[in-house]
Design a protein around this ligand. Structure first.
Ligand code: SF4
Length: 77
């Protein structure tokens, strides 16, 4: 379960986020390449865009489901 108090700083505001437990293994990038990307030093992944369509919500959910470390959350503000 991701922790919204440990969000990667680069996440855009919104309910979806990646937290500091991201490895990063890049598994999620396959599921949601239009929402997620590496930060500049490639130490974490973050949401550069919040989902705005049903398809993007599904992609974000798939990314959450495949993350092996539970680093993706959807309980942000
Ligand atoms: S799947 Fe999880 S641990 Fe891997 S890069 Fe994505 S958020 Fe980070």
């Amino acid at each position: 379960m991701a922790d919204k108090t440990l969000k990667v700083a680069e996440n855009v505001p919104g309910k979806w986020y990646v937290d500091e437990t991201c490895v990063p293994c890049q598994t999620c990038l396959t599921e949601a390449p239009d929402l997620l990307k590496y930060n500049d030093d490639e130490t974490k992944v973050y949401f550069f865009k919040q989902p705005s369509t049903a398809e993007e919500e599904d992609a974000a959910q798939r990314a959450l489901d495949v993350c092996p470390t539970g680093s993706i959350g959807n309980d942000g503000e």
